[in-house]
Ligand binder design. Structure first.
Ligand code: NDP
Ligand code: GDR
Length: 352
């Protein structure tokens, strides 16, 4: 009988952390997750995986921790002795990073260093493989399209600048200490459990709420930003594949298609039978129900970012050839699934 592999996931209460925990448990791993203390319980996304630790054969454990606290991270890594660490914890909201740049650097940049140092200090370099949640935001101001592992980076936010440090410190620990440390450069990935302040989920929740009569209209920022949106379930499978390679390396995971925020809005409203027509320009632009003339989308300048990332389009060729990875969900299917899920959730709750 082979013993089970042990994985440690930071950010386990987030969209990706919870989906990855589910995937690894289905692959017979013992999974440890790091959660932050909060005044309200914030484990909704992993509650279905959790069992009382006093029960027999429990494979999922939660530890209190924070990426800003080195001693705590060292203690957790020492206790868990993981075969694989997935560093998914981050202040992950680009716009919020302009408001909280120092905290974002502390958690997203130095937090990554703290975990790599924990592996080094504990002499786990030969045992523990490390995955860093890198991002297409690294490409920032467009240098080339599509973007691949060799495209130059040009970060456009405190979030992206912090993630740039995390990317390179991961590469450096691989080269300096021979660690099995890899970056997944993941393009936007979404799904029904996406946090509600990211644009996709904000749109699909609003569409459901408007359909059910709980909300009048949707306020958005830049409608012309283009993103390569995939399904988060595909992307956590890619993370796992990256850590199963004999050699550590860096990989782009993307769909190879790009769409504007405007297209996402149009598709989402189409799911409830509304065709959106647009009038006006810039902040004065409005989206109307083409049949009734009712205004459903307005621009609110507060959602514009000081510096924007205009166009993301990934080239996942390397991941396809080396990892056998490919996205499975089309853009229309993703939008449709998210609207359908929000309609169900909102009908059950009876409110926004
Ligand atoms: P979420 O925002 O949904 O989850 C982030 C997780 O990190 C949450 O569990 C959060 O805890 C935790 N966290 C935040 N700050 C700290 C901290 N200081 N210490 C410990 N935990 C912390 O992000 P996603 O699941 O969408 O993304 C996962 C990772 O992948 C992030 O690093 C993100 O930057 C990166 N990424 C995401 C992409 C995407 O499209 N989703 C694309 C590319 C990269 P809490 O629940 O308490 O807030
Ligand atoms: P992003 O995702 O910044 O790409 O980062 P987000 O959904 O926040 O923005 C996508 C694009 O939509 C535009 N936009 C709005 N965005 C938000 N949040 N709210 C709005 O009202 C709105 N209106 C227009 C934005 O300007 C932007 O151009 C996500 C995060 O998951 C990161 O952690 C991750 O690294 C990247 O994806 C890849």
């Amino acid at each position: 009988m082979t013993s089970k592999k042990t994985a440690l996931i930071t950010g386990v209460t987030g969209q990706d952390g919870a989906l990855l925990a589910e995937l690894l448990l289905s692959k017979n791993y013992v999974v440890h997750g790091v959660k932050r203390r909060s005044s309200l319980i914030n484990t909704d996304r992993v509650d279905h995986l959790y069992h009382d630790p006093h029960e027999a054969d429990v494979d999922f454990f939660l530890h209190y921790g924070d990426l800003t606290d080195s001693t705590n991270l060292i203690r957790i890594v020492q206790e868990v002795q993981p075969d694989e660490i997935y560093n998914l914890a981050a202040q992950s909201h680009v716009q919020v990073s302009f408001e909280t740049p120092e905290y974002t650097a502390n958690s997203d940049a130095i937090g990554t260093l703290r975990i790599l140092e924990a592996i080094r200090i504990l002499n786990l370099g030969a045992k523990t493989r490390f995955y860093q949640a890198s991002t297409s935001e690294l490409y920032g101001k467009v240098q080339a399209v599509p973007q691949s592992e060799t495209t130059p980076f040009y970060p456009r936010s405190p979030y992206a600048a912090a993630k740039l440090y995390a990317y390179w410190i991961t590469v450096n620990y691989r080269e300096a200490y021979g660690m099995h440390a890899s970056n997944g450069i993941l393009f936007n990935h979404e799904g029904p459990t996406r946090a509600e302040t990211f644009v996709t989920r904000k749109i699909t929740r609003a569409v459901a709420a408007i359909h059910l009569g709980f909300q009048d209209k949707l306020f958005l920022g830049n409608l012309d930003a283009q993103r390569d949106w995939g399904n988060a379930r595909d992307y956590v499978d890619g993370m796992w594949r990256i850590l199963q390679q004999d050699e550590a390396d860096d990989y782009v995971l993307a769909t190879g298609e790009t769409h504007t925020v405007r297209e996402f809005v149009e598709r989402a409203f189409a799911e409830i039978g509304i065709i959106i027509g647009w009038k006006g320009e810039g902040v004065a632009e409005r989206g109307f129900d083409a049949k009734t003339g009712r205004c459903l989308v307005e621009i609110d300048a507060r959602y514009f970012r000081p510096t924007e990332v205009d166009l993301l389009l990934g080239d996942p060729t390397k991941a396809f050839h080396k990892l056998g990875w490919k996205h499975t969900t089309t853009f229309p299917q993703l939008v449709s699934d998210m609207v359908a899920s929000d309609l169900i959730v909102m009908k059950q709750r009876g409110r926004v």
